[in-house]
Design a protein around this ligand. Structure first.
Ligand SMILES: Cc1ncc(COP(=O)(O)O)c(C=O)c1O
Length: 370
């Protein structure tokens, strides 16, 4: 079976370096927030092109802590999309704030005109922060979103959990807003072998607050100024991430090549291919097609040895946990239209050319084009 993603392959591709990094940590005798985390934070911030990165325990924590640094808490409203991992919304709810949902465009990303409408309709209880999600590896229309945010005097957090190394007009995801939040879950473009996350920011004043919040709100050891959490990146994950960061650009390039191949071979098929915006370096965390016969296509692919996945089978506002916890002043027609049609095809940097050809052939045969 050709898997839809394959984190083990990324271990095998760099096994010697990763084993050496893990041994180095084990032998160091220091396992949490040490030299490896500090070095990774510097290297990752340099990579994003921003002064600071703060390692935390997950992408969800990164978003929650970034929101708390923006002063978000009980009674506040945060605007985001409903077509995202539930984690984006779970982080908002954990601060005590209420999410308000904005629709997406055909590119699966936040639609500035819908955001503008939500801002107008929520007045005077308007959102204090916008969380933009760079879903599937493509950066949203940050210029338009930042213009709106500036007009209303509110902050922007980028959810970059699926967009490590993606850029817009040559500027990296995570470097546009007030803060950028990353996940290093194993299947991400930059994945650890466990949980991990980071917040990046150019704001010096946010750094100490983030460092304090991730460790019980400590101002100094055992002395807490804030009600913080335990959300530390560990040394093992940081050491692994330092190895994998060196290969992120080449890995993203391989994802782009696989996407280009799919795109070229499927261009005359009845499948809707993902929209790639101009000015964007898409890093194809996922290659998501749309078809009204999704179930049939997925079954036929499975029968031919090709695994697929659905990111995600329900929008957040359609899920029991969140349906009554969020504002939805607007209908979300594009979100609701795409949900039953989306299907994620196999894409990961270690996919061989033969595998990519096999997936393509299986798809063409499943839709009767071969
Ligand atoms: C868009 C998005 N936001 C947030 C997260 C949360 O990251 P984590 O699983 O590391 O908490 C994820 C990962 O699943 C994600 O894909």
């Amino acid at each position: 079976m050709i898997p839809q993603c394959n984190p083990k392959a990324s271990y095998l591709a760099h096994r010697q370096e990763i084993d050496a990094a893990i041994t180095r940590v084990l032998e160091s005798g220091w396992y949490i927030l040490g030299k490896e985390v500090a070095a990774f934070e510097t290297e990752f911030a340099d990579y994003i092109g921003i002064p600071h990165a703060i390692g935390v325990a997950s992408g969800t924590d990164a978003i929650e802590l970034a929101l708390r640094v923006c002063g978000i808490g009980q009674g506040d409203v945060v605007a985001t999309v409903s077509h995202t991992a539930v984690a984006t919304v779970s982080a908002i709810c954990r601060t005590g704030a209420t999410p308000v949902f904005v629709d997406i465009g055909e590119d699966f990303l936040m639609l500035p005109s819908s955001l503008s409408e939500v801002m107008r309709m929520m007045h005077p209880q308007k959102p204090k922060v916008i969380i933009v999600v760079h879903l599937y590896g493509q950066v949203a229309d940050m210029s338009a979103i930042l213009d709106l945010a500036n007009e209303h005097g509110i902050k922007v957090i980028e959810d970059c959990a699926q967009a490590h190394g993606a850029s817009l007009q040559g500027r990296q995801a995570g470097s546009w807003g007030d803060m950028g939040c990353f996940s290093f879950y194993p299947t991400k473009n930059l994945g650890a072998f466990g949980d991990g996350g980071a917040v990046v920011t150019r704001k010096d004043e946010s750094v100490e607050k983030l460092r304090s919040l991730r460790q019980y709100g400590w101002r100094k050891r055992y002395i807490s100024d804030d009600n913080g959490v335990n959300s530390r990146l560990d040394e093992l994950q940081a050491a692994v991430l330092r190895v994998k960061l060196k290969y992120l650009d080449t890995d993203n390039q391989k994802r782009r090549e696989i996407a280009a191949f799919y795109r070229d071979r499927m261009k005359d098929s009845p499948l809707d291919l993902p929209v790639e915006n101009t000015d964007v370096e898409h890093v194809y965390h996922q290659f998501v097609i749309q078809t009204s016969d999704r179930g049939l296509l997925a079954d036929r692919l499975k029968a031919n040895g090709v695994a697929t996945s659905i990111h995600y089978p329900a929008a957040v506002h359609q899920q029991t946990a969140y349906s009554n916890k969020a504002y939805r002043p607007l209908a979300l027609p594009i979100t609701e239209k795409i949900i039953p049609k989306i299907l994620s095809l196999p894409i990961f940097p270690e996919m061989t050319t033969d595998c990519v050809i096999d997936v393509n052939n299986a798809i063409l045969s499943a839709i009767g084009r071969r």
